[in-house]
Every structure is written in C-alpha cells, then in structure tokens.
Design a binder for this molecule. Structure first.
Ligand code: ZN
Length: 152
C-alpha cells in the first residue's frame, strides 16, 4: 500500500469513528439485523429500508465497537444508499476481497470509491473481522434474516 493511501486510511478511520454517519435507528418497516464480533467485542445493528424497486432507500446503524468497525459501518452506510440488492452484494464481495487479500482489480477499486482505503486493514489480519462485520450484518438485514450474525 502506498503512503498516500495509508495516510488516507488513518484519516478516514479517525474521522468516521469520531463522527459516524447515519448513526441512528430506522423505524419500521425498515429491516434490521444484529452482528457481533467476539474477537474484538464489536457489536452492530444495521437497519435498511428497501424501496419498491429493491433498492436501498435508507440505511443506518447503531452499536459499539472499535474505531475500525465503527468507521467501516459509517462509510458503508454512506455509500450504500440507492444501491440495488445486487449492487450491494457485488460491493460486499469486492470489499471482502480487498480487506482479506489487500488487492482488488482497478474496476473494483473504482466501484469501491471511498471504501478502497480499507485495503489498509489487510495489513492487520486480526482487524479484518472488525471491518467486515457491518457488511455481513447488512447482507443479513437485506435478506431479512433474523438470526444474529457472528464473525465466528
Ligand atoms: Zn473491532
């Protein structure tokens, strides 16, 4: 990872963990799912409201966790509005690839936009679950799964 991206990574983590975006509950009929990462103690509840075209009309989260889990959820909610369930799934896969392998194709990086800075997480394997927890949880919320999500 180059130095510029590393600096940006630090910046985004600090900024979004201090002032998380979309950090609140959504009222019904929004769906929600709970996620837990026992390795770090992160908990997250992700709310999602789908419109009639199966696109994300609104998305938000609550919970408490480390800086990385909070920043990841914050950036995720920012980027996810207006995406279809299929686009959300594609982003999930690109993001997962990026944080576990530390690399993604140029097309994937383009699609990930601001999320691309989370490539920095790949240098700290124990934090990968912190970064992906909210994504697994969002996926469950979109699918309407009731069972709590755990990274273990
Ligand atoms: Zn964590």
């Amino acid at each position: 990872m180059n130095e510029e991206l590393r600096d940006l990574y630090q910046e985004v983590i600090i900024e979004h963990s201090k002032r998380p975006r979309n950090f609140h509950a959504l009222a019904a009929p929004a769906r929600s799912a709970d996620g837990y990462n026992p390795l770090c103690g992160d908990t997250v509840k992700v709310y999602v409201e789908m419109d009639d075209d199966h696109k994300v009309a609104d998305v938000s989260f609550e919970g408490s966790g480390c800086a990385i889990s909070t920043a990841s959820a914050s950036v995720m909610t920012e980027i996810m509005k207006g995406k279809s369930a299929d686009e959300a799934e594609a982003l999930f896969n690109s993001f997962h690839e990026l944080v576990t392998r530390g690399e993604a194709s140029d097309d994937e990086i383009d699609a990930l936009g601001k999320l691309a800075v989370f490539g920095g997480v790949s240098e700290f394997p124990t934090r990968v679950k912190c970064a992906t927890l909210c994504w697994h949880t969002l996926r469950a919320a979109i699918a309407g799964e009731d069972a709590p999500i755990t990274t273990e």
